[in-house]
Structure formats: structure tokens, C-alpha cells
Write a protein that binds this ligand. Sequence first.
Ligand code: ADE
Length: 246
Amino acid sequence: MRIDVVSIFPEYLAALDLSLIGKARRQGLLELSVADLREYTTDRHRTVDDTPYGGGAGMVMKPEPWAQALEDVLARGPAAEGQRPVLVVPSPAGEVFTQAVARELAGREHLVFACGRYEGIDERVVDWARERFEVRPTSLGDYVLNGGEVAVLAMVEAIGRLVPGVIGNPESLVEESHADGLLEYPVYTKPAVWRDRPVPEVLLSGHHGRVARWRRDLQLRRTAARRPDLVAALDPAALDRADRAV
Ligand code: ADE
């Protein structure tokens, strides 16, 4: 998979050199490059923003540096074979990023992330880009960040770890939160008693069936308590079937 990020703060993305994503890059599983939007300006001050038409607070990102940067990304990207690259535009006004979106994007060949700052990017860039990319305005959640960079760190990590080969043991992707629409069960390690608190007895029983039943119950209880919206979104018949299989 190829990932391009365009930002006025390329240093923000340095964390993508670390840990599993950094290792995947070194192994050639992920090809990731970060471009500085200011490289695509033409004035002496390398201006990327201007005042908003119609008035209002803050500044808006000018369209032309974005078009230049994205054209360059397209020119250097893999030759499109039917699939257009996906342009993810992080924004609190986007669709919410979920594990399902991460899974979908992990199957794509070329992802481009356009990090906006200030009040956002001139909307005409999005219209223009729709002719060249599959454009996905995407929000991490219902709160406002100062720019797209932190959102990109989160999204690239969530997507990258789903790319085959990036996580050493793919089994660990099966039982984690959101894999089946529920939250993860609680986990414990040694010692069996810590500061007078014992590990739940069933986990020491060696009885796989009982452990699986206990974990499933905890997943359901925890999800109902913390995220009733997730339980409501599940198909009751599928939930029943999954429960009978435990
Ligand atoms: N940029 C600013 N706020 C954001 C959010 N909540 N999600 C994604 N990008 C953002």
C-alpha cells in the first residue's frame, strides 16, 4: 500500500517512523511519504492561507497550493489500474472514522491524506479533487482538533495495522475491540493475586469453554454499559447466533 500525506507540519508525522508502522515501512509493506504543502507555493512568504469570503473568524487554506501538491502526488503514485486513489480529508465535518472504515481503506492501493489547518481548505479543492480521487471527508469524532495531522496519525495506525503482514500474529486482530461490533473483554496477567485482588477464578480453570463464555458475557455487559449505541446497531439474529456458538 502507498500512503501520501500533505501537511504544512510534516514533522508532526515523524511518529510514523516508530513502532509497528515504522517497521512495516522498513519492510516495504507500507510505502509512506509526507510532503510539505509550502513547497507548492509560489510567493516569497510561502503563503498557504487567506481571509474567508463572506467574512468570519480565522483563515482558509488557498486552493492552488493544494492542487499543485495533489497533482504531484498523483504523478508520483502507482499507475491507476481502475481504482482511483482515495483522498482522505480529515475534518470534524466528515463521516466518522470507524473500524469498518479502517478495514475498507486497508484494502486500497493508494491513500492520500490532506491535512487542513485553520478553518479548513477552500471547498473548491474538494470539488476539483472528486474528478481525480475518491474523496472522503473523515472525522475522528465529535470534537475539534487544531488540524488534520493528529487525526492522520490515528487513521494511518488503525489502517496500517490491518494491512496483511504488519501485525506479526493476525490472531490478535480477531479478538480486539470492534472486531465483532463489541468492546473487548478485560484481560489479566501474572501474578494471580495482586495487592489483594485475585484474577477471576474462571481464567485459572483451564476450561476453554467456560473461559470463552465468561469473556463473551463480559464483552456484552461492558458494551451495553459503555456503548449502548454499539449494541443497538447490531443485528439481534447475528448476535444470537454468535452467542450460541460460544
Ligand atoms: N480536524 C479537526 N478536527 C478533526 C476531527 N475531529 N477529526 C478529524 N480531523 C479533524
